[in-house]
Design a protein around this ligand. Structure first.
Ligand SMILES: [Zn+2]
Length: 1034
């Protein structure tokens, strides 16, 4: 039974050109994997391609989409379309410089070997030593630079570089050891504490802080730290004479007086965000130019589609690709796109137009199967068009013919979304449906773990109560009065209970399935029903469930059979859908997918650490594959009170495009709100089912790797049981030939999916990038937020196969390579002791350091294995905005709140030095929210927010602020609402008092500081990267 469900061939029938199938003739790819398509669908495709449905005459003019399009389109000042000369010859040799293959090393003279890194580690500790000599740190100001600004610290003052960050006027000795050497190592005093100090040169090599020497949490909270608070500390000199063991064995040159690097003088993420906001915020960004760089993901603006997909749908690591693979190897900048095909569009932006060509279906290139889009060039009076992706010249199908105007553009250019817009949808024909018949509307199945503890703690009752209201809000398509989605209910412990909730029944009926090894669906009729029709039976059931199991003492649960039951039910009903599983414990009952507690901290920091991230049995991967094959998405709400093996339980949710929510030690009276918000949001969110995504590219490069909540049965088709508005797929590209500056690099992402009402559609996103043979152009066009998204996903994927140490080394090395290449080829000559950063990558080091310090990559026994597995999974599906916030949280002073304004107080840098004991600060990272109270917080604010007279009276157990009538309370809660609303997860609020033990948790989020559990400070990391760069340049 477990095998039968899976169909190895692509899920769409053999004979049609669905996007799911590799189309014939990917001549330009030259990749054997592309030949895997079923032979039945091959069409003759000579250079001219076979005429599309030859004899088919116009079925009348198909409606070109909503009427308003014409008007809307009119304002579009026709972007000059890029034209595409013939492609260069095909070359199948793809460059390989996969970031995580240890065997592939860049052409750069890279010191990747362990020994070199070991040396680095040694030098680092030497740097620490040297950083505490003298303490002169004149607060030099690094003006955030104009374009192509460079951030440099060290070395003589220079004028030519637009933006040079120099800690002081000291002239340093010449390279290469300048930074490594005594002259360098700037460190801000406040980021150092006793617990973070390096011991003797760490023997383990990678750039990662040494183990905490006897650090104790809690009571051991070192005294100095109290003194570290407050902005005033920025200038204070903490002197630890003799406190730094480990001699400068590696140092070249004599020790010299040191000075510290002023943290204000190194590139600030906040400054970069604010600058972009100031110059581009609130404006209209039109996508009419190929290769233009969008505003940062943190900048609010209005986006107008004029021929390229909105950055809400696609962001790239660079908007200018290098022309050759040699250049790409030299720069080592990943070429990647982060695609969020169902991204939420604000109400003031135009939703996607729907194009319906009736039975003919979309117009596609005969050779590469790309969909009609602004990159197709019409020729010969409009009778033919040349494909922008493969250059094939195609006949225009008769029904689609239109004359051209004097500049060669079709007269209906602005009337057809697919000719003038970057993004639009097509109604898919039966050819794009499973078994060539229209899909049934999807279903939601709610599956509740009714084991003893869940009943006891009130969770089951909470879920059942909530479902009664939230089911009123099932998603529906625009015009629908009620949702077409059907719903079903299952409860389980070590056996499964199916419920018949047919509308004609007086009360629900339960059917128990005890054979969990071979789950079958005991009823078809009455299991999946319309909520509207069966409302009273469903409410009856939801009222009864908590009582039904009130006397159960069953502690054991199954898990894989639950998923299989849901999947089989969807399969039997012949519809796609989503399972909402509410689960609490390690599934130890005898059944497939049974798990044991295998959490083993001894694996940490060994080559076997990766095992902790892998599922412990081989049941879940094939199960996920089955689910994807049947369009069954699994969303899991986990309520663990101990280890539950998230790496195993979370696999199916991840691979099926579902979401994993985790509520540790859930308590109904404290945590309900967070959970219920997540549940409501998840049920209501925009989602497409049974999806398959295909990314096509113009000649010369291609998509080689994919990261996200996806399953891939071959190298090109990205299969997703479902994809919702918060999920992004990151796609890496590699050259397989030269790219031309004229043609650019074009990307078309097509997602075939089923809507919530059961309509089959294609969603198309097109994006044109520039190409250049100048490295400077490449660097100018980079987007650091997208780079970090890519690095995070590729690293977190690699975690399953490679030692973390190797992954961290590769990240550090690649960072150094990218910056060294810029320095060598793009920056104007300057002293080697200067660190020069391209303007677009000014904050790459700080963000990279945040990634390196994330608990997934940090091997520390203090962090729970489940938490690491959880965060790993979350990041794999994040879009750029989510990953930016996740790695660099927002920290805002609340005590400066203006109660008369709705503007949020400006964010500040995530460092302890920015806190003050007179202040109250709010920190948010997309998962957690902290309200940090300084010991001397203004009593009137404390009173206003908490309704208690003083700091000491504040109860830190609360997870919601009290609703008080005063302006402080109202404004703060409104602000928290604004901060929350954009993010997919409901953030749990924790109240933290300065100098109390729970503050340790909060301080892990002060990501510019040295981590409590290891992880360097930003300044230290910058020094490390600089040193690596110096080595590379020599
Ligand atoms: Zn083509």
């Amino acid at each position: 039974m477990s095998q039968q469900g899976y169909v190895a061939t692509p899920p769409y029938s053999q004979s049609q050109p669905g996007i799911g199938l590799s189309a014939p003739h990917y001549g330009h790819y030259g990749d054997p994997s592309h030949t895997g398509s079923p032979p039945g669908m091959m069409k003759p495709a000579g250079p001219l391609g076979a005429a599309a449905p030859g004899g088919m005459l116009p079925q009348g003019h198909p409606p070109p989409g909503p009427h308003q399009f014409g008007q809307n389109g009119a304002h579009a000042q026709g972007p000059p379309l890029q034209r595409f000369p013939g492609p260069p010859p095909v070359n199948s040799a793809a460059p390989s410089y996969a970031p995580y293959s240890p065997s592939t090393r860049s052409s750069y003279p890279s010191p990747v070997s362990t020994s070199s890194v070991a040396q680095l580690g040694t030098q680092l500790s030497a740097m620490h030593v040297n950083s505490y000599g003298s303490g002169m740190a004149p607060p030099s100001q690094g003006p955030p630079g104009p374009p192509s600004s460079t951030a440099a610290f060290q070395g003589p003052p220079r004028s030519p570089q637009p933006s040079i960050l120099q800690p002081g006027s000291q002239v340093l000795p010449p390279p290469p050891t300048a930074l490594n050497g005594p002259g360098a190592s700037p460190l801000p005093p406040s980021t150092h504490r006793q617990d973070g100090l390096p011991g003797p040169a760490p023997s383990n090599a990678q750039y990662q802080p040494p183990p905490l020497p006897g650090q104790t949490l809690g009571p051991g909270y070192p005294l100095q730290q109290a003194a570290n608070y407050g902005p005033q500390m920025a200038g204070a000199q903490l002197s630890y004479p003799g406190g730094f063991p480990g001699g400068p064995a590696q140092m070249a040159g004599p020790p010299q007086p040191q000075k510290k690097l002023d943290p204000d003088s190194i590139p600030s993420p906040i400054q970069v965000i604010e600058n972009d906001r100031a110059t581009r915020g609130g404006q209209v960004y039109t996508t009419n130019t190929r290769g233009q760089i969008p505003p940062l993901v943190t900048t609010d603006c209005t986006i107008q589609d004029q021929g390229n997909a909105s950055p809400r749908y696609i962001r790239c690591t660079t908007y200018c690709f290098p022309c050759t693979s040699d250049m790409a190897k030299q720069a080592q900048i990943p070429l990647a796109a982060i695609i969020k095909p169902f991204a939420t569009i604000p109400s003031n932006e135009t939703p996607l137009y729907l194009v319906n060509h009736g039975e003919t279906g979309p117009v596609r290139c005969n050779r590469c199967k790309a969909y009609m889009c602004p990159f197709m060039q019409f020729i010969e009076g409009g009778r033919r068009y040349q494909c922008g992706f493969c250059s094939c010249v195609n006949d225009v199908p008769p029904f689609y013919f239109q004359h051209l105007d004097h500049i060669g553009r079709r007269l209906d250019h602005y009337e057809k979304p697919e000719l003038s817009l970057g993004s639009y949808e097509y109604v898919a024909t039966l050819d794009y449906c499973r078994k060539n018949k229209p899909p049934n509307p999807p279903a939601f199945i709610f599956m509740i773990d009714v084991s003893y503890s869940n009943i006891k703690n009130g969770l089951v009752k909470l879920i059942c109560e909530e479902l009664k209201t939230v089911l009123e809000k099932l998603p529906k398509e625009g015009q629908e009065e009620t949702s077409s989605l059907r719903v079903g209910f299952i409860t389980y412990n070590k056996v499964l209970h199916f419920f018949n909730v047919k509308s004609t029944l007086a009360r629900p009926q339960m059917m128990v399935v005890t054979d969990v090894s071979e789950v079958f669906v005991p009823l078809l009729d009455g299991f999946l029903v319309s909520y509207q029709e069966s409302q009273s039976v469903i409410h009856n059931l939801l009222d009864q469930i908590p009582e039904m199991f009130a006397d159960s003492n069953e502690n054991e649960t199954v898990f894989a059979p639950v998923i299989r039951a849901g999947m089989e039910a969807l399969k039997a009903a012949d519809c796609p859908g989503k399972l909402f599983i509410f689960h609490s414990s390690l599934p130890t009952a005898e059944a497939p997918g049974k798990l044991k507690n295998r959490d083993d901290k001894k694996l940490i920091n060994t080559d076997k650490e990766k095992i902790l991230f892998q599922p412990q049995t081989n049941v879940y991967d094939p199960l996920a594959k089955d689910c994807v094959a049947h369009g069954c998405c699994v969303t899991l709400f986990l309520f663990p009170s101990q280890y539950v093996d998230v790496a195993s339980l979370g696999l199916v949710p991840q691979l099926t495009g579902g979401t994993l929510y985790k509520y540790n030690n859930f308590q109904v009276h404290l945590d309900s709100q967070q959970f219920l918000n997540d549940l409501r949001n998840d049920i209501e969110k925009k989602i497409g089912f049974d999806a398959i995504m295909r990314v096509r590219t113009s000649t010369g490069f291609r998509a080689t790797d994919f990261f996200g909540g996806i399953y891939m049965n071959n190298t090109t088709d990205v299969e997703m049981a479902a994809i919702d508005c918060d999920k992004a797929v990151t796609v890496e590209f590699k050259h397989d030939d030269k790219l031309s500056e004229d043609s650019g690099a074009l990307i078309q992402c097509a997602v075939l999916y089923t809507t919530v009402s059961g309509q089959r559609r294609l969603r198309i996103h097109n994006l044109g990038l520039n190409c250049s043979s100048q490295l400077a152009d490449l660097y100018k066009s980079c987007e650091t937020d997208a780079l970090i998204n890519f690095f995070a996903k590729s690293a977190f994927k690699a975690v399953l196969h490679q030692p973390l140490k190797v992954i961290r080394e590769i990240l550090v090395n690649q960072t150094a390579h990218m910056l060294a290449c810029y320095r060598k080829n793009c920056a104007s000559p300057s002293a080697a002791s200067q660190l020069i950063l391209p303007d677009s990558m000014k904050v790459l080091p700080v963000y990279m350091n945040c990634l390196l310090k994330n608990c997934v990559l940090l091997s520390r026994p203090e962090i729970s294995t489940d938490e690491r597995a959880y965060q790993r999974q979350l990041v794999m599906t994040m879009g750029v905005a989510d990953s930016q916030l996740f790695f660099y949280p927002q920290l805002r002073p609340i005590h400066t709140l203006d109660v008369k304004s709705t503007t949020l107080p400006a964010a500040i840098r995530c460092s302890e030095t920015r806190l003050s004991e007179e202040g109250i600060f709010l920190l948010a990272n997309g998962l957690n929210m902290f309200l940090w109270l300084g010991v001397s917080s203004p009593p009137e604010l404390i009173q206003g927010i908490f309704n208690v007279p003083s700091f000491a009276h504040v109860n830190t157990d609360m997870t919601l602020l009290p609703e008080l009538g005063n302006p402080y309370s109202q404004t703060l809660r409104m602000m928290m609402g604004i901060i929350q609303q954009k993010w997919p997860y409901s953030m749990k609020l924790t109240i933290v008092k300065q100098r109390e033990q729970p503050e340790m948790v909060f301080r892990q989020f002060l990501v510019e500081d040295k981590g409590l559990y290891g992880g360097s400070s930003y300044v230290d990391f910058l020094c490390c990267v600089h040193k690596e760069i110096c080595q590379l340049l020599n």
